[in-house]
Design a protein around this ligand. Structure first.
Ligand code: DGJ
Length: 563
C-alpha cells in the first residue's frame, strides 16, 4: 500500500514527468586534469625542466632579498619583468615571515606573490631563506634566534658562538624541516592546478662565513663528531663511486691512502680540505632532511646555490666551508641525495670556466644569479649557458631594480632566447648544438657542431658599441646534415667539414629572420658584403639595434662541400 501511495503523489505532483520531459541538471564537467607536476627529465646528456609537460627554459630574474615579502611593493614592478621577456621570477620566502610564532603559519605574502605572478603569466622559483643565507642565520624567526640553548650556534675557536645555526643540532634541523614542509604543503594546496611555482632553492649560499676565518664548527657537538669516525654512508658512497668521484675529492682521499674507515683526519688527512669535507657532510645531512620533508609534501625540483670554486688552496682564505661547490659534489650527493642540482651564482668574468666547473659529473647547469658585467653582457651569458652547457635556466640578480628592467640588453637577450627556446629545447643533449664565448680582443675559437667545424673570430663591437657591449658570442644549432641556425653578436665564422668526404666547405643560402610562434619567418637573404662575399658568416648586429620581438639577428643557413 505504502509504496503505491508515494508513486501516485509523485506522478500527480509533476506534470513534466507525465509529459516525459524530466529536467536533469547536467553533471558538472569533470575538472581538467592537473598539469603534470614540474620535474626534471634527461634528454641525451642534458637535464631539462619540464613544465606543463614541455621542456621549459628558465629566463629568470631574481628579486632583491626582501622584495618578495611585500605584494604591495611588487605591484608596480611586475609588468616591467614581463616586458623584458622574463618568464620566471626568483623570490625569497623568509622563514621568519611565514612562521612568526612556533607552528603558526602566515602565507599571505606568498599568496600575493603567486597571485600577481599569475596575473603577468610568470612562473616562480621560491628561494627558501631558512636556517642560512649567505652563510649567516638572519632568516630564522625570533623564537629560534632567542632560544640559543634549544637552537645552538656554531662555535669558533675559544668557544665563542657566532650567528650561524649549527648543522650538528637535530633541533635546528627539525625546526627548519617542519617549516619547509609547511611551505611545500601550502604551495601544493594553492598551486597544484596552475603550477606557477616550478622549482625551489633550499637555503642560500650556505657554508661557514669567510670571516671569522674558521674551517669548521668547533662546538662540543662538532668536536665530538670530528674526532669520531666518518659516517658509514659517506664511506660506502666513496667506495661505490670511487671511479666517478670528482677528481679534487678523490685526490684528497687517495692522498690519505683511500682508507675505507677511520676518523675524518685518518680518512682525508689533516688538512683544511678535511674540515671542508666535514662541514660539507654536515650541511648536506641537514639540508637533505629539509628537502625530504619538503618533497614528501610536494616533490618539485629542488636545488642549492653556491658561488665558490673549490677547496681552499694553502695560504688562501677559506670561503664558505662546506658549501655545495663542485669539489664537494659527491659529499653533497651522499648526504642529500634528493637535491636535484648544485646551482651556480656567477657575477665575475670567468663565466666559461665556472660553467664548466659546475656542469660536470652529471650536474645540470642552473644559474640563479648573474649580472651582465663586462666583458659578458646578459646576452653572452644566456646564449653560452644554454647553447654550450644545456642550461636549465639563467637568472639576472636584482631584476626588479629600476636600472635592471626594462634594460635593452636584457630584453634583447631574453627576446632572442624566447624565439630560440623551442629549437634549443629540441637540440639539448644530442651534440647538435654548441656555443662560443670569445674575448672580444682574443683569438678565434673552433667548435664542432654536427658535420662541420666552425672557426669563430671576434669582430670587435658592433657599430659604435661601448666596451660593455663589445662582446662576441655565437650559438649554432644543426637542424640537418648541412643546415643550421645561428645567433649571436660581433663574430665572423668560417666552416670546414669534420667528416669523411670532400674537405672544403662553402656557404650556401643565408637568411636572416625570426621565429613567430615557433615558425621561421625569413626576412633578408644575406650574401655579398653581408657574408664576406660568401667567405664567412657574420653575426654582427648590435643588441640595442634589435627589435627583440622580430629581428633578433637569427640566421638560417646551408653549407655544402666541394673538392
Ligand atoms: C649573493 C646572494 O645569494 C644574494 O642573495 C645577494 O645577497 C647577493 N649575493 C648580493 O646582492
Amino acid at each position: 500500500m505504502r509504496l503505491r501511495t508515494i508513486f501516485c503523489c509523485v506522478l500527480i505532483g509533476s506534470p513534466a514527468l507525465v509529459a516525459g520531459q524530466v529536467k536533469t541538471t547536467p553533471a558538472p564537467a569533470p575538472a581538467a586534469p592537473a598539469p603534470e607536476i614540474p620535474h626534471l627529465k634527461k634528454q641525451g646528456t642534458a637535464t631539462q625542466l619540464i613544465v606543463d609537460g614541455k621542456p621549459f627554459l628558465m629566463l629568470g630574474g631574481e628579486l632583491s632579498n626582501s622584495s618578495g615579502t611585500s605584494p604591495e611593493y611588487m605591484k608596480p614592478l611586475w609588468s616591467n619583468l614581463a616586458d623584458a621577456h622574463v618568464n620566471t621570477v626568483l623570490a625569497g620566502v623568509s622563514w621568519n615571515q611565514i612562521e612568526p610564532r612556533p607552528g603558526k603559519f602566515d602565507f599571505s605574502a606568498l599568496d600575493g606573490l603567486v597571485r600577481d605572478a599569475r596575473l603577468h603569466n610568470l612562473r616562480l622559483v621560491l628561494l627558501w631563506f631558512g636556517s642560512w643565507k649567505n652563510s649567516w642565520s638572519s632568516y630564522p624567526p625570533d623564537w629560534v634566534k632567542k632560544d640559543f640553548e634549544r637552537f645552538p650556534r656554531v662555535q669558533i675557536a675559544g668557544g665563542k658562538s657566532i650567528e650561524v645555526l649549527s648543522t650538528l643540532s637535530d633541533a635546528n634541523r627539525d625546526a627548519d624541516a617542519h617549516a619547509f614542509a609547511a611551505l611545500l604543503r601550502h604551495v601544493k594546496a594553492i598551486d597544484s592546478q596552475q603550477r606557477t611555482v616550478v622549482m625551489i632553492q633550499v637555503e642560500n649560499e650556505i657554508g661557514l662565513p669567510s670571516e671569522p676565518k674558521e674551517y669548521r664548527d668547533r662546538s662540543p657537538l662538532a668536536n665530538q663528531a670530528y674526532e669520531g669516525p666518518v659516517p658509514k654512508e659517506l664511506m660506502d658512497y666513496l667506495q661505490q663511486h670511487k671511479d666517478t668521484l670528482v677528481p679534487e675529492l678523490r685526490k684528497v682521499w687517495e692522498a690519505a691512502g683511500a682508507r675505507t674507515s677511520g676518523t675524518w683526519e685518518q680518512v682525508f688527512g689533516a688538512s683544511t680540505a678535511t674540515a671542508e669535507i666535514f662541514m660539507g657532510w654536515n650541511y648536506a645531512r641537514y639540508v637533505g632532511r629539509v628537502v625530504e620533508a619538503g618533497k614528501a609534501e610536494y616533490p618539485i625540483p629542488m636545488f642549492m646555490n653556491a658561488y665558490t670554486y673549490g677547496f681552499a688552496k694553502a695560504g688562501e682564505a677559506i670561503r664558505n666551508s662546506g658549501t655545495p661547490m663542485p669539489d664537494l659534489m659527491d659529499v653533497w650527493r651522499a648526504g642529500a641525495p634528493r637535491v636535484d642540482a648544485l646551482a651556480l651564482d656567477i657575477y665575475g668574468s670567468d663565466f666559461a670556466s665556472f660553467c664548466a666547473d659546475y656542469n660536470r659529473s652529471g650536474n645540470p647547469l642552473l644559474i640563479p644569479e648573474t649580472r651582465g658585467l663586462a666583458p659578458y653582457p646578459m646576452e653572452a651569458r644566456v646564449l653560452y649557458a644554454f647553447g654550450r652547457h644545456d642550461a636549465i635556466g639563467v637568472s639576472l640578480m636584482g631584476v626588479e631594480r629600476p636600472a635592471a628592467t626594462p634594460d635593452p640588453l636584457l630584453t634583447g637577450a631574453y627576446g632572442l632566447l624566447t624565439q630560440l627556446a623551442p629549437l634549443i629545447a629540441k637540440h639539448q643533449g644530442d651534440g647538435s648544438m654548441s656555443a662560443v664565448l670569445l674575448d672580444p680582443k682574443g683569438p678565434p675559437q673552433k667548435v664542432k657542431v654536427g658535420n662541420y667545424t666552425m672557426e669563430v673570430a671576434p669582430m670587435g663591437g658592433g657599430r659604435g658599441a661601448p666596451p660593455a657591449e663589445n662582446f662576441a658570442v655565437a650559438i649554432f644549432i644543426a637542424v640537418g646534415p648541412d643546415e643550421y641556425y645561428a645567433a649571436g653578436s660581433s663574430v665572423s665564422v668560417k666552416f670546414s667539414p669534420n667528416t669523411p668526404g670532400p674537405q672544403s666547405a662553402g656557404i650556401g643560402t643565408v637568411e636572416e629572420g625570426y621565429f613567430e610562434n615557433g615558425r621561421w619567418v625569413a626576412s633578408r637573404q644575406l650574401a655579398g658584403d653581408e657574408t664576406g662575399q660568401g667567405q664567412n658568416l657574420s653575426l654582427r648586429t648590435h643588441p640595442a639595434d634589435r627589435n627583440p620581438d622580430r629581428f633578433a639577428g637569427i640566421q638560417r643557413f646551408t653549407l655544402y662541400r666541394y673538392q
